[in-house]
Design a protein. Sequence first.
Length: 212
Amino acid sequence: MLAMLVGAGVILGFLIGHYTGRSGGLVYQNGVFFESASTTIPFPGAEFTAPAIDTQRGMCDKAKLKQLLRADSRRFNAWLRLEGLRPDEFDAFVDRLETARLTSLSAVTNHGCFANGDCPFAFQSVLAPGTLVWRDPIRGIIVAKCACSNPLSAPACPPNCPPGTAGASAQTPAPATAAPRTATPAATRARVTPAPTVTPAPTVPPAPTATP
């Protein structure tokens, strides 16, 4: 048992060191994108919006989110579908959201939207601690990234999430704290399930199509 714990610690240390040491804050392994807190989306042009963040306060900005999403009807309608909302529920839903910061590596299903291509499309990501996210306090789950407004949902990885990550389930979201406070933990997305090995993927899969 001790040897297994030590081995898991070595794997986790390698993963975090490998992940944080790469330029651009993006690493691809085993079908999963590892995103730093400063990244938006691995596919340029597939952001749902520009950053909906108040940089002076370090908080997600509800007014920006509403304005930016409504400026693009295709992305707005895709966002509503992914969040399970009707158009008349949008304002009330955004008004109840809270800014939160992830406190651990967190596995999610991320979503992108090309203006003239696939919209929406899903891919697997692990988000780094410190990532600003929108959190729904009623359901206790994170619902979108503030840097790009891309909807987030439960990952496909459980029970074999990458080592050190919190693997999400449909009922319980990723560990996060309400921002700017750091002492009030939000509900966790799932139990941590360490994987025994990490095998780098030889190639990155084809990106979703973006029609010129």
